[in-house]
Design a protein around this ligand. Structure first.
Ligand SMILES: Nc1ncnc2c1ncn2[C@@H]1O[C@H](COP(=O)(O)OP(=O)(O)O)[C@@H](O)[C@H]1O
Ligand SMILES: [Mg+2]
Length: 264
């Protein structure tokens, strides 16, 4: 029996597909991957939107170097997303002064997510990426109930603790009938740039977990200081350093996702 009702889902006019970048655990790289994938997919010519669904901890403005307030325009008072890096983005972080915390209960959170989905002037998009907060809480429930999520990408690190959380996330999407397009393992290994030694700092196990859960394994993204520093400075690594090991893995992932949606 489904724990969550899914029959109230609406479609968003003009948006072909919606992909949630999700994980059970925080800090595994969802926002980093969402920002890099959005930029990489936009550079392939897809019309991309990026919705920062992490209302309490919005990181997309920082990772994309966005500033400025979205304007409210038109008869319906639509929120205008910010255009940058060839894509459109919206985030709670753009509506607040830096450093202001959001202290809301679930119903307010749900309203904001609804606004971001249905009251933003997204225009025509091939794909709307959603950067989710970790876990299986209010935002996930709202999204899986009201949003026409056409896919979920699960991000994990290879540590046993993160992989245990993957199972919960997979179960949530299964119960809410959101197709899981695959699992990506982030921070897979670190190659020392002085001696070339490869170290699996967080262990291994993403691919095996994907197999056990019967979901596609979409690849490994290495732990790369450039991915971190570029996230901190607001130009995603795929754009700033396309030759970097992390960028190449991210570009490959974007290629697989782009193909998935273009041929779907
Ligand atoms: N492949 C990677 N290599 C190095 N640092 C990474 C990588 N992926 C993410 N990070 C860094 O790890 C931290 C957490 O990533 P973040 O995307 O904020 O995770 P989440 O959104 O899942 O909480 C950030 O400082 C980010 O720059
Ligand atoms: Mg995040």
């Amino acid at each position: 029996m489904n724990a969550v009702q899914t029959h109230d889902r609406q479609t968003i006019p003009g948006i072909k597909d919606t992909l949630a970048v999700s994980s059970g655990k925080g800090g595994v790289g969802k926002s980093t991957l969402a920002a890099n994938l959005a930029v990489a997919l936009a550079s392939r010519g897809l019309r991309i939107g990026l919705l920062d669904a992490d209302i309490y901890g919005p990181n997309i403005p920082g990772m994309l170097g966005l500033d400025g307030r979205p304007e409210i325009a038109g008869d319906g008072g639509q929120i205008q997303p910010l255009a940058s890096h060839g894509l459109k983005a919206i985030s709670m972080g753009l509506l607040l002064d830096a450093g202001t915390p959001v202290i809301w209960r679930g119903p307010m959170l749900a309203k904001m997510i609804h606004q971001f989905l249905f009251n933003v002037a997204w225009g025509e998009l091939d794909l709307l990426l959603l950067d989710l907060p970790p876990g299986t809480g209010d935002v996930q429930i709202t999204l899986t109930q009201t949003a026409p999520l056409t896919g979920a990408l699960i991000v994990t690190t290879p540590s046993a603790i993160a992989l245990a959380d993957v199972r919960r996330g997979v179960e949530m999407f299964r119960q809410t009938e959101v197709p899981i397009i695959g699992l990506v393992e982030n921070m897979s290994s670190f190659t020392c740039n002085k001696c070339g030694h490869d170290e699996a700092i967080f262990g291994t196990g993403g691919e095996q977990t994907a197999r056990q859960l019967d979901i596609p394994f979409l690849g490994n993204i290495p732990l790369d200081p450039l991915a971190r520093s570029q996230a901190d400075t607001g130009t995603p690594v795929v754009q700033a350093h396309p030759e970097a090991a992390s960028s190449q893995a991210l570009a490959q992932l974007a290629g697989a996702i782009g193909t998935h949606y273009l041929t779907a």
